[in-house]
Design a protein around this ligand. Sequence first.
Ligand code: COA
Ligand code: AMP
Length: 638
Amino acid sequence: MNLPLTYSDWHQYSLTHPEAFWAEQARNIPWFTPPTQILSTDENGLTRWFADGQLNTCYAALDYHVENGRADQVALIHDSPVTNTIRQFTYRELRDEVARLAGVLQKLGVTKGDTVVIYMPMIPETAFAMLACARLGAIHSVVFGGFAPHELALRIDDARPKVVLSASCGIEFTTIIPYKPLLNDALRQASFQPEHCLILQRPQCAAELQIGRDHDWQLLVSRAQPADCVPVNATDPLYILYTSGTTGKPKGIVRDNGGHAVAIKYSMQAVYNLQPGQVMFTASDFGWAVGHSYSVYGPLLQGCTSVILEGKPVRTPDAGTFWRVVQTYGVNVLFTAPTAFRAIKKEDPEAVLSRNYDLSSLQSVFVAGERCDPPTLQWLQAIVHVPVIDHWWQTESGWPMVADPLGIEELPVKPGSATKPVCGYDLQILDEDGYQLGPNEMGLVCLKLPLPPGCLPSLWQDDVRFRASYLSRFPGYYLSGDGGYVDEDGYVFIMGRVDDVINVAGHRLSTGEMEEIVSSHPAVAECAVVGIACPLRGQRPVGFIVLKDGFQIQETTLETELVTLIRDQIGAVACFRNALTVKRLPKTRSGKILRKIIRYIADGEAYTTPATIDDPLILNEIKDALLRRRIGQPFEID
Ligand code: COA
Ligand code: AMP
């Protein structure tokens, strides 16, 4: 058979012959037992990939390369302007670090199938921890270090970890953030208690250890015997990553071992066009899906070098940090969120600092996490002179769903579009009733089942919520939660969430959860939290509050209290800074709050007053409140 060569042929082939397509990709993974069953349905009626295959993801990411000529190649570089240090590890060194840490975990009783929570900053030990769990067949769950104790407690209660791994502190610009008090607080709030906590003492801050429960990381590692890789089934979970849904309870996205390894490795070649030995710099926190897939697993499965940055794109020390990293390590592919470039653009609009560095190693720049606004895309193109690719994905997919497949064929970039569906993804735009829409018609972005390997098989111990959240609205389709359209050339434009999820500086947050927290304040009768446009962070939440009858409180006092409440419960990353009191909220006659209209008003977008609105005059009150506090367009300017 003549194999197809263009993107369009490959994409078509991947949809018409999914088993043949993915069986071929699976050959690139060093299985212990290669799969013969490619696509199947499990006893719960859910799609599974490579069900009878056996592997170990840590083996494929590390040991395999050590045994096959890459032992002395640098695998991981930690560049930390906030501590003024650079550390690097060859594949052999990384394998040895990971094997010793796995030995420690084994001694603490961690075995295949156990869960382990990792609450750590951007340091190499976080990657060691993830890989050590994978080595033992344990399931890691990394919790973003910027989350407050309450969020950590929710995740501990859901994941029920045998061990929690943490560090004494993280560093935000020049501020040292002690993690141990946050962990202690989370454990006080959680109903479930792990047997052990393993704490890495960093020189910037010492953590107090609780005798019996807490252990010193370095001490135990210095005494540990390395542990071997434990074979697992392809369908066994590799990790759980919690993400925001529409309520206060985060969703535990499950990633399996086999499908993940195959899909991520495929993406390294087909999307990012990275060859073994090349260098990838993904500027994202380990706590997000991007950090899992392209700071750790992707580059390592592909035999690349991964650069991680402990610092921000700006002010650590300046807006030239990314360009310095590119030059220093000869970065071939740079991947981050558009907000990071907007932050650089704000401080260095003419990109003067980029001229101090040689960026010639770069072959492409990828952005995701939110739609890349065309001005930022064009600004970046003029600096790097290589393709700048906006691509779309979610924690749920774990790898790109829509992208420019540079490893197959470079498609022309259309600003504002994430380009075309990646092989394996059958993307369709449906209307509210489930009918397929035509070119340029805006609707709900859905994926026809089955989802390709790597995508979530379910939610952690919650098939019911999985089906309800993603599969039940349109039978036979996965509902992404995003709205958008496909143009006449097949380019996909993702225009934003259609549910209560917002993206703030590339961080996915739930306005539904914020509303639950705001409503817990004794003054609040009802509220709506809406994501309004923000020139730096893409979106930011603003609360609209109706006070309980007779409750006396100044708007600014209430705002301060609500801001503190959200910071304490979710974390500073929520960027909840404004709460406006209004007499009423706009609602439909059936009582549904019209959040979309509030957002349109704040963003200065045209809207039609819905025929179902209870009282159109309320919209003027919303406008007045925004004007009074100088919030929203035209005040939110760069
Ligand atoms: N630990 C503790 N606090 C954290 C934190 C962490 N890991 N990450 C962020 N925060 C805090 C910040 O210190 C800030 O606190 P403040 O309100 O007291 O100042 C708050 O959360 C908001 O953080 P952020 O929105 O990130 O603002 P910032 O000014 O610190 O940085 C950017 C802005 C754009 C530079 C930064 O958000 C960025 O680099 N974003 C890239 C996003 C990304 O990697 N997304 C992953 C998907 S690709
Ligand atoms: P997360 O799960 O944190 O990766 O967030 C996923 C959400 O981010 C998606 O549902 C989109 O709303 C948004 N998103 C990610 N990438 C893009 C993109 N390239 N364009 C538009 N929105 C994006």
